[in-house]
Ligand binder design. Structure first.
Ligand code: UDX
Length: 447
């Protein structure tokens, strides 16, 4: 490991701050992770990640034991002893979908106060996803007011978006498709650029202005979300027009190099902490600036309706009256290998079933505790997929966890009252289930 001279402060130890912090430490930078919640800092300093992410456990242990990474609640001390700060606090949505900058503002205030006492050159870099113009209109003015210094003259400003997928975050950080650095001036750019001297030679490093970098992040997430709503639209048309299987159609579409095969998996729609929030935030920002992004409005609308197609499929099979019917819901997390249920399609499915007075047994390998907080007694949470399936009328698979792909026709035939499977994610093989006499329906598959 190289011993690099630059020292880094991460402000906010959520998903982005902590993963980026341990990865920078792994590259030989001395990293301070700052948070306002003391319990989080204690956990970090005893090498217990406060979030679950593949590989984070071991990496954090290594970085804490080698003292390459330290947690602290003292922003000032961290700033005074570092060269660059990354703002990695949350940017939650307001009721209107608009981005809430409350945490960004308080982080900027804390950094600004410390900057006042700092003699050496310093670069403040935002990493949180913020709508174009936020660095200019929110972060810089606060930093200048609190520090009494001038951006571009006394200190630097940059924006460096993250493109981390939950469950793949460490790999995504260490082997990025690209690094984007938006900067106020050359010196800010060069300072941040130096922190990425370890990326593989072939990795493009983009140098832009601040707003361009801010927009790249929204553009990337909006495009990926659009791709999903697009393939779901194609899928719904396949069902309407009697086309055999949208997955065969997607293969044919994705072989065009201009399109690529990725993010063309039709299903119950996208969820998670980024796509829904970010697309709504950029729509709200555009509308405020008098532009109505019709395409993105539709991306959200298609995605909101997509989970309900699973309910329509149920009704198509067992009739419109779902009251008193017993449902098994397999999969609650917004995607496999996470306990995250934020904006998960399963929530829309469960809500709708409850509205229809159905009873629900649900199982997920990781996300049940989170879901219990949302639905409490209204849903019966079970210890296994088998227990969820037992004596039910219909099984709906919402998340394609690996353990659900191992489901056999015999499992549903012996456990369920009636072997009806509605698959929201191409989790099991249609032919195997249909040939075994299971009533099997799937998003995008001809009935
Ligand atoms: C995403 C982006 O990929 C990442 O770059 C960004 O920084 C944060 O948001 P993440 O939310 O972790 O990452 O999940 P991702 O793996 O991208 O999946 C998002 C959602 O889309 C999931 O609900 C998934 O099930 C759904 N999806 C994805 C589809 O329905 N079809 C697909 O083809 C791909």
């Amino acid at each position: 490991m190289k011993n690099r001279s630059k020292q880094i402060t991460m402000i906010g130890t959520g998903y982005v701050g902590l993963v980026s912090g341990v990865c920078f430490a792994k590259q030989g930078f001395s990293v301070k992770c700052v948070d306002i919640i003391p319990e989080k800092i204690e956990a970090i300093n005893s090498a217990q990640p406060p979030i679950y992410e593949k590989g984070l456990d071991e990496l954090l242990k290594e970085m804490v034991s080698t003292e390459m990474l330290k947690g602290t609640i003292n922003t000032e001390e961290a700033i005074l002893n570092s060269d660059v700060a990354f703002i990695c606090v949350g940017t939650p949505s307001k009721e209107s979908g608009e981005m809430d900058t409350v945490w960004i503002e308080s982080a900027a205030r804390d950094i600004g106060k410390a900057l006042k006492k700092k003699d050496e050159y310093f670069v403040v870099t935002a990493k949180s996803t913020i709508v174009p113009g936020t660095t200019d209109s929110v972060i810089t003015p606060i930093l200048e007011a609190e520090s009494g210094k001038e951006a571009g003259k006394d200190f630097g400003i940059a924006f460096c978006p993250e493109f981390l997928r939950e469950g793949n975050a460490i790999e995504d950080f260490l082997k990025p498709d690209r690094v984007v650095i938006g900067a106020i001036d050359e010196r800010s750019y060069e300072t941040v650029r130096e922190l990425f001297d370890w990326v593989p030679k072939e990795t493009p490093i983009l140098k832009t202005d601040l707003r361009t970098a801010e927009m790249i992040k929204y553009g990337a997430n909006s495009f990926l979300a659009t791709k999903i709503s697009f393939i779901n639209t194609i899928s719904n048309m396949c069902e309407a027009l009697g086309v055999k299987d949208v997955y065969d159609v997607a293969e044919g579409i994705g072989l065009d190099f201009r399109i690529s095969p990725y993010f063309l998996r039709a299903g119950a729609g996208f969820g998670g902490s980024c796509f829904p929030k970010d697309v709504k935030a950029i729509i709200a920002a555009a509308k405020k600036a008098n532009y109505d992004p019709l395409l993105l409005n539709s991306v959200i609308e298609v995605n909101k309706r997509q989970p309900l197609r699973l309910i329509s499929m149920c009704k198509d099979v067992i009739g419109n009256d779902l009251s008193g019917k017993q449902f098994a819901i397999l999969g609650l997390a917004f995607k496999p290998d996470t306990d995250d249920i934020r904006e998960a399609p399963s929530i829309i499915v469960i809500d709708e079933l409850l509205k229809n007075n159905a009873t629900i047994k649900a199982y997920d390998p990781e996300a049940m505790d989170n879901m219990k907080q949302l639905f409490g007694e209204k849903v019966q949470f079970t210890e296994s997929k088998e227990a969820a399936l037992r004596d039910t009328d219909v099984c709906i698979i919402v998340t394609n966890w690996k353990e659900f792909t191992e489901l056999q026709p015999n499992d549903v035939k012996t456990l369920m009252k009636t072997p009806i499977v509605i698959d929201g994610r191409k989790t099991v093989d249609a032919e195997t289930f249909l040939n075994a006499g299971v009533t099997y329906r799937r998003i995008g598959l001809k009935k």
